[in-house]
Design a binder for this molecule. Sequence first.
Ligand code: SF4
Length: 412
Amino acid sequence: MDTEEREMAEDVKEGFRNDHVSYSRVDMYRQCPKRFRLKYIDGDGGKTDTDATRFGTACHRALEEEFGRFVLTGEGGSPDAARLKDGFAKAFADEGLTDQDLFMTGMGVMERFAAAHGSVAPGQVVGVELPFRLELGRHTVVGFIDRLDRIGPGEYVVTDYKTNRQPYETEELETSMQLSLYDWAVRKMFPDAEVVHLRYWMLRMGYVQMAPERDAATLERHMEYFRTLCDGTEGGEYPARVNGLCAWCDSCSVCREFQDLCRGDSTPLKTYGDGTQPDAVAAILEEREVMAAVERYGKKRKEAADSYLKEAVKCCPEGESIHGGGRKAVLIRRTTVKHGAQDVFDILSANGVPVVDLLGKVLSVKNTDLNGYISKKLVPDLGRMKAMEIEAELDSRATTSTSLSVSVVEDA
Ligand code: SF4
């Protein structure tokens, strides 16, 4: 950190008080202190709403409305698929969403949710979007619990709805600060709470992931960590933690460290050593993750620049282009020609050319498509044995090629 930044950071330390802390604020600080600073202190964090976050909001609203009914009436029953889909459609429109795929996904989510969810007992659902406002050290922690059920004397279930595409790893469930915070909040608000079950309802996947229950000692440690992070948000240093998610960070366009990387002004790592030691491997993996974010961001920026230039050139009089800095932008027309398969077959056949000649030269069939065709069409039509014979014959003539690619996954 240079002197100027350190002085600015000291000003922040003097001036900033994070009076009302929420899980999302603290989690942002945990992932990247600089992002927290840019968003909540400098107010330079850009826009946070994306189609993905609006989609999440629409799903939450539909579920809130449906289970809000049980809270209001105190009655039991099962969530209704038709009402859930209506609720989602209304929220989708209210959120200003237009993407057809997202709409279909949401409708599927609501159907699967209703099918997978059992019946709730009368009075079971205690609250939806249940607000809390509780003191933790010198901080006031505020938040909302998606849904809280009481399933027996002193026994509660916290549900948090997620629209993630990936399920959580076991370790993430064990250490989830969000679920620990909700557990703590339930125990504060409902002194009779003896057992608090914690679960993420994975909406896209249509199943529940239960987190291990927190014993008193674990919960205390998690909350101590949370409180420490709350204090840290008011600290003087907000280092940038460049990571694989930077391309999606609201502040990436104003984050100096990330922009330096995008311009190639600095390289996070100079050498990999001999590349086999754990430290070197860790360094290579880290650089790969960061560079993947730089690549994603670069692609988005290039698309944005192309789109701007295209519109600008279109506004020029015919044949002219826009110029600047010794460069100019021109429009190039690229034409792609496609022939309808039926037309090709008809015309070749009509002219006495055997269609099979063409098929042999220009077509290949992907293994996944062929397997789908075999299981959906040949097995029902010809029987499993015959279909397997055909599949074996086809496999014996298939050409196989192998290439190596790297995939980096979490190391358990
Ligand atoms: S771009 Fe990356 S390093 Fe910069 S503020 Fe965002 S998350 Fe942090």
